[in-house]
Ligand binder design. Sequence first.
Ligand SMILES: [Fe+2]
Length: 388
Amino acid sequence: MTQNISQFSFPNTIYFGAGAIDNLPQYVQDTGIKKPLLVTDAGMLDTDVFPKVEIILKDAGISYSVFSGVNPNPLDSDISKAVEVFKNQRCDGVIGLGGGSPLDAAKVIQVLAAHGGRVNDYDISTGGNQNIKGPLAPMIAIPTTAGTGSEVGSCSVITSVEQGRKFLVCSPLLRPAIALLDPELTVGLPADLTAGTGMDAFTHCVEALVVKDFHPMCDAIALKGIEYIAQYLEIAVKEPGNIEARGYMQMAAMMGAVAFQKDLGAAHSLSHSLSAVSHVPHGLANAICIVPVMKFNKKECLKEYAKVAACFGINTFEMSDEEAADKAIEAVADLNKRIGIPKKLSQAGVEEKDLEELTQKAFLDGCHQSNPRKCTKEDLMNLYRQVL
Ligand SMILES: [Fe+2]
């Protein structure tokens, strides 16, 4: 046992199951919301999910307003516009519907609706989180992807239009009152997005697991998440209508976000930079980068990676931890292959000439600070090179 004092906090009320969306009116009532602002992105309007949610609200006689202007990486200006709608329409709660971006935006809308000001005022890097005080308008999060786990997270990533940078807004108060996980809402997700977002969830679990903090609850949750992903991600990619696989992937994504309360690691620094510089989707970037990062970290986390191998169903009984760790890395690369993740960043449009800028930005990113093996700038460059 450690002699350090560890602080644990575990998240919100979660409703999980096929058809859970039908109970949305009850959940709206439970949270005390009289008029929700339904926050989503333009892409969702063309799916089957959005009209379904509208019909459920209308049939229950719930008056609501819609803001569908959230950008793929939510902008601070999106939030300001949404807050205007929230106030003008006299809303008193928020429903975030979609992938990580609408959910992240919805979380910050609660903050600005309660406290006013600009999104920048709540930037955690300048201590803005101190300005977030309760109570906030209640929020219900309805994810339609299985990756970010934003529905149980206490942070949002927002892009400042003026400053051209991403920043975090974080507070336990940002956690939605209710996370509604209905696997039926994810069946329309195309195979490549299912694969990429699923490997984002995997990266959350495996990076959180090896962060050198004492947090046995997060570790256990990370391992269970990895087990679900090992078992169900390929099925979800190849059989999009398989509700069991979709459900376990939704669980795994949510569990990944619970686990990364511990923090993340180098793969997320590499992928944040890849998204900013080369516009590689976050999940795809993580999927490609996690393999070299696991190799780089191996010696520092043999025991943890041996457990990862067991999650993949590998019999590690007669193996040394190092052999088992090697098997775990092989299993991850093999899963990537089976679900159609390209091996190389060049297949995702990254070029040699981008490496310098990619490395600079990855080094500035905070995630690698909690990587189990310290990363220099050269290390990060080498990690990129291994998969270029
Ligand atoms: Fe991620």
